[in-house]
Design a protein around this ligand. Structure first.
Ligand SMILES: CC(=O)SCCNC(=O)CCNC(=O)[C@H](O)C(C)(C)COP(=O)(O)OP(=O)(O)OC[C@H]1O[C@@H](n2cnc3c(N)ncnc32)[C@H](O)[C@@H]1OP(=O)(O)O
Ligand SMILES: CC(C)C(=O)C(=O)O
Ligand SMILES: [Mg+2]
Length: 505
């Protein structure tokens, strides 16, 4: 069976506290969603602001293949705003649970039914198709919910949606009320599940198994509070797991990782490393037993291949590493130690791990270089001097001194902030010695408080197109940024130095 993917990244996803997109950014994401192959895009909630209405209009007239929809309360003004934004498909909603009726809408069930019916009739009179949601359906008295949906269908709605507004349902209950809604309406039914108890995807699947044919989802699972069902998790689960009946989607799965990263950048929300399918660690391995298995056959410790979702496999070394994985990593650089040398290298890697340190591949190569007597395998770029000044009413300014293969280089520069000034000064030196430029920079806080740890990820590239990325974690944003660039440079220089050589040792 073909499942319809209704993406609400631009509506519920944008309701994530602190997230706000310009019309141009919304259009950019809508185009990506369209290329990803979603069936419907909830472009926004037109009545909420001028910019939102403009964004919805831009998306509705962009010639995308997906159906474009907008949200509206059971209120004439909202429906007019949706129609005026050029929509021919509106997502109407009204709450049906007693807690929402009594404490939020201050109306009884009969009034909610009347408002639902009149809003559907009005939207239809304005020439729009209607998907109707019974907000907080999962906390609504079951008999009333069934009856409500029946009347929604009789009033002319084209689709019915079951929102688990505060993520309160269990998979079993989602199945029960989905069966009710399908029977009561005879319409195509959607499920819209929130993740407050981490069950959004499980509840969505359960609704689909019980007869729903459409899933409301968001990229990276962003949305109100703990978010919505994640598009990438749902799509891959439907495609790869064992179910009673096969369910497919029109998603081009190889675009999932790229879309996830692009949306993350635009909304300013980092993807957690252990997020299923698209997290940085989703196909990352350090443990020796796992890397050994994966090297022999990736399916030993990966349920699907990373290429299927546009991701890449990554091996790391550290306290949990084993010989097979470590040797494979060294092999990627053409370094082939003897069995005895490997054991020594591994014990030094583990000793660093025991001190709580992360071991990058540059450090691994440097240790290997010392052990096998290959002095070239070391950090060629070292920071030998650094100062930065910043403040209000002054231009941030940085001085950087690098030791590159025994030679000292220094540079100064200004920037919009201390990180920018430092990286511009570094760029002057790296450009001069190796034509290396910084092409990506990302900064995230990984703990709370003013003494939070920050994580910097960078991508660097030389004139010949050699690329490297590096990640650095530290307490100081500026020095951590500088360290990340130095790690990236060392990687590029090692890659260049080892290029072509296949074996050593
Ligand atoms: C579960 C969900 O995700 S629901 C969607 C949530 N999304 C948003 O709220 C988007 C951003 N919202 C906004 O910009 C504003 O809240 C607006 C423009 C929608 C409304 O703003 P305001 O007029 O200032 O009202 P406010 O937000 O304070 O209160 C909500 C009003 O909507 C009413 N309302 C809520 N849901 C519905 C509904 N489905 N149908 C009709 N009215 C509704 C409330 O009763 C309240 O009405 P009142 O002002 O007459 O008391
Ligand atoms: C607007 C509705 C469908 C919603 O987002 C919810 O109830 O979670
Ligand atoms: Mg929602």
């Amino acid at each position: 069976m073909r499942i319809r993917i209704f993406d609400t990244t631009l509506r519920d996803g944008e309701q994530t506290p602190g997230v706000s997109l310009s019309p141009e950014q919304k259009l950019q994401i809508a185009r990506m969603l369209d290329e990803l192959g979603v069936d419907a895009i909830e472009a926004g909630f037109p009545v909420i602001s001028e910019g939102e209405s403009k964004a919805v209009k831009m998306i509705a007239t962009a010639g995308l293949s997906a159906d474009i929809c907008g949200l509206a309360r059971a209120d004439k003004r909202d429906i007019d705003a949706a129609a005026d934004a050029g929509l021919d498909y509106v997502h109407l909603f009204i709450a049906t649970s007693d807690i929402h009726l009594k404490h939020k809408l201050m109306m009884d069930r009969e009034e909610a039914v009347r408002r639902a019916i009149s809003s559907i009739e009005y939207a239809k009179s304005r020439g729009m198709k209607v998907e109707f949601s019974a907000e907080d359906a999962t906390r609504t008295e079951r008999g009333f919910l069934r009856d409500f949906f029946k009347q929604v269908a009789e009033a002319g709605a084209d689709r019915a949606d079951i929102p688990d507004t505060v993520g309160y349902s269990t998979p079993a209950y989602m199945a029960e009320i989905t069966r009710d809604a399908v029977e009561a309406t005879g319409l195509p039914v959607s499920v819209h599940c929130h993740n407050d108890f981490g069950l959004a995807v499980a509840n969505t699947i359960s609704g689909l198994q019980a007869g729903a044919t459409c899933a409301h989802v968001t990229i990276n699972g962003i949305g109100e509070r703990a978010g919505n069902a994640s598009l990438e998790e749902l799509v891959m689960a439907l495609q790869c797991l064992q179910f009673d009946e096969a369910r497919s989607t029109g998603i081009h799965t190889e675009k999932l990782y790229g879309t996830s990263r692009a949306v993350s950048g635009l909304v300013g929300i980092q993807v957690q490393p252990n997020k299923a399918i698209v997290g940085e660690n989703a196909f990352g391995h350090e443990s020796g037993i796992h890397t050994h298995g994966v090297l022999s056959n990736p399916l030993t410790y990966e349920p699907i291949s990373p290429e299927l979702v546009g991701h890449t496999r990554r091996l790391e070394v550290g306290k949990h590493a084993g010989l097979h994985g470590m040797n494979a990593m060294l092999g990627e650089y053409g370094v082939k130690p003897t069995a005895e040398q490997s054991k020594v290298i591994l014990s030094r890697v583990k000793a660093l791990g025991d001190q709580g340190k992360k071991v990058t591949d540059v450090e691994l190569l440097s240790i290997a270089g010392e052990v096998i007597g290959e002095p070239g395998l070391r950090r060629m770029v070292q920071l030998s001097g650094f100062s930065v000044s910043t403040g209000i009413g002054t231009m941030p300014y940085a001085f950087v001194k690098l030791n590159v293969d025994g030679k000292e280089f220094s540079a100064t520069d200004y920037g919009v902030g201390p990180v920018d000034a430092s990286l511009s000064a570094m760029q002057k030196i790296t450009g001069e010695i190796a034509e290396v430029r910084i092409r990506e920079y990302g900064l995230a806080s990984i703990s709370g408080g003013s003494n939070a740890l920050c994580e910097v990820t960078i991508g660097v590239e030389d004139a010949k197109g050699n690329k490297a990325s590096a990640r650095s974690v530290g307490e100081d944003i500026v020095t951590t940024s500088v360290q990340a660039v130095i790690d990236g440079m060392n990687r590029i220089m090692l890659k260049k130095m080892l290029g072509g050589k296949k074996t050593r040792g």
